[in-house]
Design a protein around this ligand. Structure first.
Ligand code: DSN
Length: 416
C-alpha cells in the first residue's frame, strides 16, 4: 500500500492497525469472516471506476464489454452452486436486498411475518425502526419459551390469522436448522410468498453441509460476506417466474449502478466456494461450533436451544450474573471479539442485553480446529469469571496472540 502510505498516512495507519487487530485477536462475530487475497484483489480493482446501470447485455452506459463478462460469471457460478433458476448479484448488501424483495411484491401497508428481532430475527424482517416495519405491516413469530426453538405450529396459526403476503424464514441469531419444507407448507396454506434470508448460513449451503432452501423458497436473499466468505455484498435468487419483478426492484427500484468490483469479488468467492477445500471448511465450521458449544455447556453456560446445528451460538448469561455488554467488553480486552445480543424473552435492553452471540466461521478460515475451540471455551469462561480483573484479561490476550502466530489469517500471512 505504498501509495496510500504516502498520500494518506492516517487512513494507512488505521488499516495497518486493523490488519494487526484481525490477526492477533480471535474473531467470533458470527457474521464475520476473512476473505482470500484473491477476493481482496478483485475488490480493490479498477472495476470500481465503472458505471453499469442495467443488466448484462442491456446497460445504459457504453464500455461494458468486460463488466458484462464479470457479472455473467458471477451469475453462472451462483446458479451452479445453489441451483437457483435466477440470480441477481447486484444488491449492495443484505438490507437493500430484502428491501428490493419487498418492493417487488408488496404495497405499503401489506403484511409480512418474520421472526421477532429480540428472538433472533433481523432488523429488515419488520423491526419497527427499519423501513421494513415502517412502510409495511409487520407481524412476528417468537421462539418457544421452554426450548428456545421455533414452534412451527405457532408460526402456522399466526400465519393463518394474519395472512401475510410474505412469510420470512431467516435469522441473525438462531442456532438451529430451519425446516424449509414446513415453512413452504405454511406459506402455501396461508397464500404467502416464502422468502428465505440465508445470509448467515449461505456458506454452509454452498459447502453442502446444510439443507438448501432453494427447492422450497420463492425468493432467497443472502449477503455474500458471512459464512460464504466473499466481499461485502448480496444476492437474490428466485424462481424463474419472479425474475423480472426482482430485477426491476433491484434496478431501478432501489439501486443505481452495481458495484462492479464487488460483483467480481463475489464471482471469485463463488469459484472458491465450489471446491473441495471450501466444503471441508464448511464441515469444520460445524465441528468447531459444536466443540465450542460443548465446552461452554460443560462449564455451566446456558446456550439458547441447548446447543448448535450451524455456525452460531447464543448464550444467555443470566445465570452467570453478568450482562452481555459487560462480558463482551471484557472478552474484547482479552482478545476474544464477539457481540452482546438479546436472548428470547430478554428482560434487559438491546444495548446491554443478557446474552452474547458467537460464530465459528472466521476462526475456521484461519485454520482453528476442535482443540483450539475448546481452548477458546476455557478462555471465555476464565475471562467471564474474572471480568473485573484486567490482569486476567492481559494474560489471556498474550496467550491468544501467541496462538494466533501459528494460524495466520487468510490475506494476513505476512504478519507472522
Ligand atoms: N448485522 C448482521 C449480523 O451480525 O448478523 C446481519 O446483517
Amino acid at each position: 500500500m505504498k501509495h496510500l502510505k504516502e498520500q494518506d498516512p492516517e487512513i494507512y495507519a488505521c488499516i495497518q492497525q486493523e490488519e494487526l487487530r484481525q490477526h492477533e485477536k480471535i474473531r467470533l462475530i458470527a457474521s464475520e469472516n476473512y476473505v482470500s487475497t484473491a477476493v481482496m484483489e478483485a475488490t480493490g480493482s479498477v472495476l470500481t471506476n465503472k458505471y453499469s446501470e442495467g443488466y448484462v447485455g442491456k446497460r445504459y452506459y457504453e464500455g461494458q464489454q468486460l463488466v458484462d463478462r464479470v457479472e455473467q460469471l458471477a451469475i453462472d457460478r451462483a446458479k451452479a452452486i445453489f441451483g437457483a433458476d435466477h440470480v441477481n448479484v447486484q444488491p449492495y448488501s443484505g438490507s437493500p436486498a430484502n428491501l428490493s424483495v419487498f418492493l417487488a411484491f408488496l404495497n405499503p401497508g401489506d403484511t409480512i411475518l418474520g421472526m421477532a428481532l429480540p428472538h433472533g430475527g433481523h432488523l429488515t424482517h419488520g423491526a419497527k425502526v427499519s423501513i421494513s416495519g415502517k412502510y409495511f405491516r409487520p407481524e412476528f413469530y417468537s421462539l418457544d419459551k421452554e426450548s428456545g426453538r421455533l414452534n412451527y405450529d405457532t408460526v402456522r396459526s399466526q400465519a393463518l390469522a394474519c395472512k401475510p403476503k410474505i412469510l420470512i424464514a431467516g435469522y441473525s441469531a438462531y442456532s438451529r436448522i430451519l425446516d424449509f419444507e414446513r415453512f413452504r407448507a405454511i406459506a402455501d396454506e396461508c397464500g404467502a410468498l416464502l422468502l428465505v434470508d440465508m445470509a448467515h448460513f449461505a456458506g454452509l449451503v454452498a459447502g453442502k453441509v446444510h439443507p438448501s432452501p432453494v427447492p422450497y423458497a420463492d425468493v432467497i436473499t443472502t449477503t455474500t460476506h458471512k459464512t460464504l466468505r466473499g466481499p461485502r455484498g448480496a444476492m437474490i435468487m428466485c424462481k424463474a417466474e419472479h425474475a423480472g419483478a426482482i430485477d426491476k426492484a433491484v434496478f431501478p427500484g432501489t439501486q443505481g449502478g452495481p458495484h462492479n468490483h464487488t460483483t467480481a469479488a463475489i464471482a471469485v468467492a463463488l469459484k472458491e466456494a465450489d471446491t473441495e477445500a471450501f466444503r471441508q471448511y464448511a464441515a469444520q465450521v460445524l465441528r468447531n461450533a459444536k466443540a465450542l458449544a460443548d465446552t461452554l455447556i460443560s462449564r455451566g453456560y446456558n446456550l439458547v436451544t441447548g446447543g448448535t446445528e450451524n455456525h452460531l451460538m447464543l448464550i444467555d448469561l443470566t445465570n452467570k450474573g453478568i450482562s452481555g455488554k459487560t462480558a463482551a467488553r471484557a472478552l474484547d480486552e482479552a482478545g476474544l471479539v464477539l457481540n452482546c445480543n438479546t436472548v428470547p424473552f430478554d428482560t434487559r435492553k438491546p444495548f446491554d442485553p443478557s446474552g452474547i452471540r458467537m460464530g465459528s466461521a472466521a476462526v475456521t478460515s484461519r485454520g482453528f480446529k476442535e482443540a483450539q475451540m475448546e481452548q477458546i471455551g476455557v478462555w471465555i469462561d476464565t475471562v467471564i469469571q474474572n471480568h473485573t480483573d484486567t490482569g486476567v484479561q492481559a494474560k489471556v490476550a498474550a496467550e491468544i496472540k501467541e496462538l494466533c502466530k501459528s494460524y495466520p489469517a487468510p490475506g494476513l500471512e505476512y504478519l507472522v
